[in-house]
Design a protein around this ligand. Structure first.
Ligand SMILES: [Fe+2]
Length: 328
């Protein structure tokens, strides 16, 4: 093998998806969904903002739910590998005219640098954080675990990935690849070079950040957050829990073609789409190229996953076109 012209050194400065903010017009309903049905815990509450975590999260909190008139995304964050990595990425953003500003964070998290992606979604980068310390009664028997097995509701372990809607998927993908070294593992591309979907990751995990086409005129919208359970069977169990709770199951339980995760999609009472997920493959080869689907190949939908309902490709939060998006 010829290494005379080596590829550029990859940027490896994002450690993992961090904590995220969601807006809900029905805070009590959303809390019932996240706490009783998903099995997450409330860590702090301050007025109409509530901080939560799943039982596998090592950080003190990972979800900030705030009451607002409309549902939608407040921000997505990444934890950095080091304070130096944080400084380097901020420097890159500012040098390229894409900078934002520093924001103060609550309850044990250090300052974050906040900026927007090309579609207007708000992102934060941070390093300092406070770890969760389980109180008596929640201490795990195996000390490397964060807390004792929760065993409540769907019993989600942590947030697995975030799917955002974008007017220009390709521009968003190229931004994250260039600025942060995210790897794209699968892409759906039209004949004209524009893209319908891109599945990206900072790690071996098949997807952390996904962009799919926004088929409305909206910007900065959320398609879904996905919370992981350790087995496929637990996705089915979650579906039983949602059904008896009269929660609308929009898609699944079934298996995706891209990245091949097993899924169940619901909408929490505030209107945000949430997935309970399991699986998806890992990519070990450091030089793996993304798999690029053309539309014809994609439409054949190889594999056994169930058809996705049309509103899955329209509905996002905040809703911009209720007539189209809300048809079930
Ligand atoms: Fe997903």
């Amino acid at each position: 093998m010829n290494h005379q012209t080596p590829p550029p050194e990859p940027i490896r400065e994002l450690a993992h998806l961090g904590h995220h903010g969601l807006y809900t017009p029905d805070l009590d309903g959303s809390l019932w969904y996240f706490v009783d049905l998903l099995g997450m815990d409330i860590v702090e509450r301050e007025g109409s903002t509530v901080y939560l975590r799943a039982y596998g999260d090592y950080e003190r909190w990972t979800l900030r739910l705030s009451q607002r008139e409309k549902p939608g995304l407040e921000y997505v964050s990444w934890r950095m590998w080091s304070p130096q990595a944080l400084d380097r990425r901020v420097e890159w953003l500012e040098k390229h005219g894409l900078g934002g500003s520093w924001v103060t964070q609550e309850y044990g998290k250090g300052p974050a640098y906040q900026f927007e992606d090309p579609d207007g979604h708000v992102f934060r980068l941070y390093y300092e954080t406070e770890n969760y310390v389980a109180p008596e009664g929640k201490k795990p028997v195996i000390p490397v675990n964060v807390q004792a097995y929760a065993g409540r509701g769907a019993n989600v372990h942590h947030c697995d990935h975030v799917n955002l809607l974008a007017q220009d998927v390709r521009a968003c993908r190229e931004f994250w690849e260039e600025a942060f070294g995210l790897r794209s593992y699968e892409i759906i591309r039209r004949a004209d070079g524009s893209e319908v979907g891109a599945w990206m990751s900072s790690s071996l995990q098949g997807h952390e950040l996904i962009y799919t086409q926004d088929n409305t005129s909206g910007n900065g919208r959320l398609h879904h957050f996905a919370y992981v359970v350790p087995t496929r069977e637990e996705v089915l169990r979650a579906s039983d829990i949602f059904a008896d709770a009269r929660i609308y199951i929009e898609a699944g339980p079934s298996k995706h073609t891209a990245i091949q995760g097993f899924y169940c999609y619901t909408r929490e009472p505030g209107g945000n789409r949430i997935e309970v997920a399991n699986g998806g493959y890992f990519v070990f080869a450091p030089d793996a190229e993304p798999y690029v689907w053309n539309l014809e190949e994609w439409s054949q939908k190889p594999g056994w996953g169930a058809p996705i309902p049309p509103q899955f490709h329209l509905y996002g939060t905040p809703v911009v076109d209720p007539e189209k998006e809300l048809v079930r």
